[in-house]
Design a protein around this ligand. Structure first.
Ligand SMILES: Nc1ncnc2c1ncn2[C@@H]1O[C@H](COP(=O)(O)OP(=O)(O)OP(=O)(O)O)[C@@H](O)[C@H]1O
Ligand SMILES: [Mg+2]
Length: 386
């Protein structure tokens, strides 16, 4: 941590002298059995979640699933109907608002338009009655951190969207929160500046070492920025893990479809051994084969998820009795380094394959209307039981 950022982090780098301190770091934010009802409808249903100290955690899910409600409860802007929220071991409900170590960053338009960048950042500290000299130093440090020092005298309308976003971030960080909450922080930015700002934001948060929970409905954003993420649906967490875990091993149909795109084959289990399962499906003329066992009875309905980049195209019928199908190409989208092929199988099911430009030259770049085979390996499929 640099001098500059440790000044912002306030307490400095914690050292874990014993295991209870280490476990406190593991459970920096604890959400325990939290429910939030608005009248009869439950916006958040029994959520349990622990966030580690210094982590950038993302809450992800479709519109109305309860992300903002959960975040607003963490900010103390909304009280839980039941359950508990602990921050650094302290019950949020017992803390008066001014003592809550939390700051929520709103979108860029929440900057005061008539105030300079500097005054915007200083505003919260002034309200707290921070002495003038200290205030000046903290504001300057925060602005340097987000590389906005030379824009201190400008007004928000004289800044780009990304610059405004960084001022908003400086305004949150200057208060040295232990927990920073971001609700759709990039939603006001266009795609290009958005991607750049995502990386900048991760770097800044990393330097300050602040724990951060962000809400987004953009799965790419969550994958790029977060160390772990939770996929929410209808007020509940359906899956929790690193971006890699959630992408490679989705635990439900919802997760598989929400994070990235995928091909889903419905069928039922006809053979289940410790090292493999066979699944019969009407989508293919062959069976589906996955190289690990599952727990469940024979005949159980399951769905196999196969990511588009795991699907290969061949001109000749593949060998073997499983994991392939025949069809015709119904659509090709050229994406630069790769192409997306839609293959309509004999069963009527459409499979999407993501084929690299290099692999395409090897099969003589098939085009619309061509007969083609799709196939994938025994390790490509993920068995979904829910
Ligand atoms: N103050 C309120 N009174 C009544 N219902 C509410 C209130 N706030 C939120 N809700 C409802 O709770 C549910 C969750 O809302 P929330 O704002 O948490 O969703 P979200 O996941 O943030 O969605 P989005 O991605 O659209 O922002 C929704 O069905 C919403 O209509
Ligand atoms: Mg919301």
């Amino acid at each position: 941590m640099s001098d500059q950022s440790s000044a912002l982090a306030g307490a400095g780098t914690p050292s874990f002298a014993n295991s209870s301190a280490a476990s406190a770091a593991e459970n920096f934010v604890q959400i325990v059995d939290v429910v939030k009802k608005f009248g009869e409808t439950a916006a958040v249903k029994n959520v349990n979640l622990s966030v580690k100290k210094g982590e950038l955690f993302a809450l992800l899910g479709s519109s109305g699933c309860g992300k903002s409600t959960l975040l607003r409860m963490l900010a103390g802007l909304e009280t839980a109907t039941s359950g508990k929220i602990l921050i650094d071991g302290e019950d949020l409900a017992q803390m008066p608002p001014y003592r809550r170590p939390v700051n929520m960053m709103f979108q860029s338009y929440a900057l005061f338009p008539h105030m300079t960048v500097e005054s915007n950042v200083a505003f919260g500290l002034k309200q707290e009655g921070v002495p003038k000299a200290e205030l000046k130093e903290r504001v300057q440090t925060a602005l340097e951190l987000v590389q906005m020092g030379r824009f201190a005298k400008r007004k928000p309308h004289q800044l780009s969207g990304g610059q405004q976003q960084r001022v908003a971030l400086a305004r949150s960080l200057v208060k040295r929160p232990k927990l920073l909450l971001l609700d759709e922080p990039m939603s006001a930015l266009d795609k290009q500046i958005r991607q750049r700002t995502q990386i900048e934001l991760v770097n800044i948060l990393d330097r300050v070492g602040v724990t951060c929970i962000m809400v987004t409905h953009d799965q790419e954003e969550a994958m790029t920025m977060a160390s772990r993420l939770a996929v929410m649906s209808e007020g509940q967490i359906v899956q929790l893990g690193t971006p890699h875990e959630v992408y490679e091993f989705p635990n439900t149909r919802f997760s598989a479809e929400f994070i990235g795109s995928t091909n889903l084959f419905d069928g039922h289990v006809v053979e289940d051994e410790p090292d493999h399962v066979f699944v019969e499906t009407t989508d293919l003329s062959t069976r589906l084969y996955v190289n690990h066992g599952i727990t469940g009875p024979l005949g159980m309905p399951v769905t196999i998820s196969v990511r588009p980049e795991r699907i290969a195209l061949t001109r000749k019928p593949p060998e073997g009795a499983f994991n392939w199908g025949r069809g015709t190409i119904s659509n090709v989208a050229y994406m630069g380094g790769y192409s997306l092929y839609h293959v309509k199988l004999d069963s009527g099911k459409t499979v999407i394959a993501n084929v690299s430009s290099l692999a395409l030259t090897e099969i003589d770049s098939p085009s619309w209307g061509d007969e083609i085979y799709v196939r994938w390996s025994a390790s490509a499929g993920v068995v979904l039981t829910a």
